[in-house]
Design a protein around this ligand. Sequence first.
Ligand code: ATP
Length: 258
Amino acid sequence: MGDTIMLENVSLVRNKKPIVKNINWNVNKGEHWAVLGLNGSGKTTLLNLVMGYSWATTGQVSVLGLSLGKIDLNELRKRIGWVSSSFQERMRPYDSAEDIVISGKHASIGVYESITEKDHERALHLMEQLGCIHLYNRTYQFCSQGERQKLLIARALMAKPELLILDEATTGLDFLSREGLMKGIAEIAKSPEAPVMIFVTHHIEEIMPLFNKTLLIRDGEIFSSGETKEIVSSHALSEFFNMRVNIEWREKRPWIKI
Ligand SMILES: Nc1ncnc2c1ncn2[C@@H]1O[C@H](COP(=O)(O)OP(=O)(O)OP(=O)(O)O)[C@@H](O)[C@H]1O
C-alpha cells in the first residue's frame, strides 16, 4: 500500500475508449519516481487522476492518505506542488523573481498576504538550492525559460508540499539549461524535508540517480514499474519501445542508443 499515492485497479474511460486501464501504482515516502512514456501514453491522465482533476471510471485513488471522492480537493492540493512548463505564461511578467517564488506560499499569482522574514529566507534558500539565487532582483520577464522553470519549482516548494509533481519540466530547455535544472532538482532531493517527487519525462537520460523508482506507461497501461536499475535496461526498453535500443549507464544515468 502506497502511503503517498495509491492507485488500485484504476481505469478511466472517455467516449467508450479506455484512456488508462487497470493501473496499480503505489508510491511511498522516501521514493522518487520517474514516469516515462511516449506521446499519448497516458502520463498526464495519470497525474490528473492523482490531483483529482479527472475521476477514475473504476478503481480507487488515494493520495497522501486521503481517499479521493471523500475529501476536500483544495485541501489536498495545498499539500501537493505541481510544475508544468505550460505554467510559465501564468506568471506576471513584471513581478520580481523573488516575488514569484514567495507567491507559492499561498499559491497566488502575485504577493498579497503579509510576508515574514522567514518567508524571504526560505525563498532565498530555495533559489540557492536550485542554483538561481543570482536572479533574485531580476524581473520575471527577463528570465530565460530554464531560469523560469527553476523559479517555478522553487515557488512550488515554498508551501512545503509533501508531494512534488514535475510534468515535463525540461520541455523547451537547451541541454545546458536542462542539466542545470536537473542539478537543482537533485539538490532539493538531498534536503531532509524533500517531498516525494514524480518526474514525468520522454527522455531516458533525465532519469537521474535520485529517481530510485521508474514507471513505464504504454497505451494507457503500466508496462512495468519498480527499481529504476531493473526497469531501465536494454532488454526491457527494447520491448517497451518495440525497437532494439541499447542502454548505457554513465555516471549513474542511463543513456539510450538506437
Ligand atoms: N478527455 C479526453 N477525451 C478523450 N481522449 C482523451 C482525453 N484526455 C486524453 N485523451 C487521450 O488519451 C491519450 C492519453 O493522453 P495523455 O495526455 O494522458 O498522454 P501523455 O502521455 O501525457 O502524452 P504527451 O506526452 O503527448 O503529453 C491520448 O491519446 C489522448 O488523446
